[in-house]
Design a protein around this ligand. Structure first.
Ligand code: SAH
Length: 397
């Protein structure tokens, strides 16, 4: 195995279980590792620190273990079993009103670079690192062992996320299919509501499981309200709002594919078509043109405006404009559920941006709740960067 030695003093963060080795911390690489190789990392005094996946880039090693000097043969099975134990403990597995959850959340499950979402027996895997991409067959075998015959399929959705350049076989597809399995989409249940999830055609792994708790909160606040769901994707918040007794929901997304799923999901849950209207449109323009006081509850859940730190100041300005527009338009006594899923925007920066947006409108605004990601998206305490979803529930006088 290739050995990597760190510069003096640069071992501290690994000793505190931070799961990344930055390229600038490396003094010497003994050998020439390929992207995705398992390498071992040592302090400048030669003491063992960790093993992990090597990759060219600013994060040179993503740690798999601080204990083992070699990957044990049952490593993937043990790690996936541990991840499943946490979901069981949190009530996601065999829940009466839900059959989907995030099984593996990267660093939050001590598996940096790996995402696995579970949709009613189908696991959708997304590798964000070269090492996880190369390990996908072993990961699939471990999923088969852990779930046994109840596993319907494992689908690899890494083509958009694995870091390889041209030359590698980056084609999405099934790593495993149980005999007789032929579905291209699955109906999942979340919070007692049903949703079509299409992992091959949909965005990310097919559904945004990270909003489940916030959707339930929308359901609680929606009764009697006229709801606007901006950046609605397949209508998760819309269905919950209708379930909570909203008088009408308008859903807006710029993706035509997503909008066709919203209509299917509204119908699947038995809501009358006249209670809901779909708009395939730019959400920012839609909001600009919307009349004042037409909505008493808004959901503002845009895609990550800051994909990296360099885009931060432009992103903050965009969040401010969008939120100012929502705060200006919502009816008196209205609620706004506003979110940012940009990892580069921390919760203080987001709150400050929404504060500036409120000040810009001159309206009286209160924060009723601070929102985040659910417990199937855990955050390693040693890797606070893993807390990426931030939200505020606002009350506008
Ligand atoms: N709230 C959703 C997830 C939103 S993800 C849920 O609960 O499932 C962000 C969505 O924004 C994506 O569906 C994407 O298609 C959409 N989007 C991106 N840019 C947009 C724009 N300018 N106007 C409208 N929708 C946009």
């Amino acid at each position: 195995m290739v050995k990597i030695y760190l510069k003096k003093g640069r071992e501290e963060s690994l000793r505190r279980f931070h799961p990344w080795v930055f390229s600038g911390a490396i003094a010497q690489i003994n050998g020439s590792p390929a992207e995705g190789d398992v390498v071992s990392v040592y302090a400048s005094d030669g003491s063992f620190l960790a093993i992990g996946h090597y990759q060219i880039g600013s994060i040179a090693v993503r740690v798999l273990s601080f204990e083992f000097e070699n990957l044990p043969s049952d490593f993937w099975k043990v790690m996936i079993t541990k991840a499943l134990e946490v979901r069981k403990a949190c009530g996601f597995v065999s829940a009466p009103d839900s059959d989907c959850y995030r099984l593996v959340h990267g660093e939050g499950d001590n598996l940096p670079g790996l995402i696995i979402d579970y949709y009613n027996g189908v696991c959708v895997l997304q590798a964000h690192s070269a090492g996880m991409f190369r390990a996908k067959k072993q990961i699939c075998e471990a999923l088969c062992q852990v779930y046994g015959p109840s596993l319907k399929a494992v689908y690899d959705k890494s083509s958009g996320t694995a870091p390889f350049k041209a030359g590698l076989d980056l084609i999405d597809g099934y790593l495993y299919k149980a005999d007789g399995f032929s579905a291209e989409e699955e109906v999942v249940t979340e919070g007692g509501h049903k949703f079509f999830v299409n992992w091959s055609e949909g965005q990310k792994t097919g559904f945004f499981l990270d909003q489940r708790v916030n959707r339930a909160l929308v359901e609680k606040y929606a009764s009697g309200r006229r709801v606007l769901n901006l950046f609605c994707y397949t209508g998760g918040f819309s269905v919950y709002a209708l379930g909570g007794g909203a008088v009408h929901v308008d859903s807006v997304d710029s993706s035509a594919k997503a909008m066709s799923m919203v209509d299917k999901n509204v119908a699947l849950n038995g809501f009358a078509p006249e209670m809901h209207t779909s708009y395939c449109a730019d959400a920012i323009e839609f909001l600009k043109k919307a009349p004042e006081d037409a909505y008493d509850l808004m959901i503002v859940d845009p895609p990550a405006f800051a994909k990296h730190r360099g885009a931060l100041s432009n992103a903050l300005r965009a969040y401010q404009r969008l939120n100012a527009s929502a705060i200006a338009k919502v009816a008196p006594g209205g609620f706004i559920f506003t979110f940012s899923c940009s990892q580069a925007v921390d919760k203080e920066a987001f709150a400050l941006t929404v504060f500036s947006a409120a000040a810009q409108t001159g309206r009286k605004v209160r924060i009723l709740a601070r929102l985040t990601q659910p417990s199937d998206h855990p955050v390693s305490i040693y890797h606070p960067e893993g807390e990426y979803l931030k939200g505020l529930l606002l009350y506008v006088e």
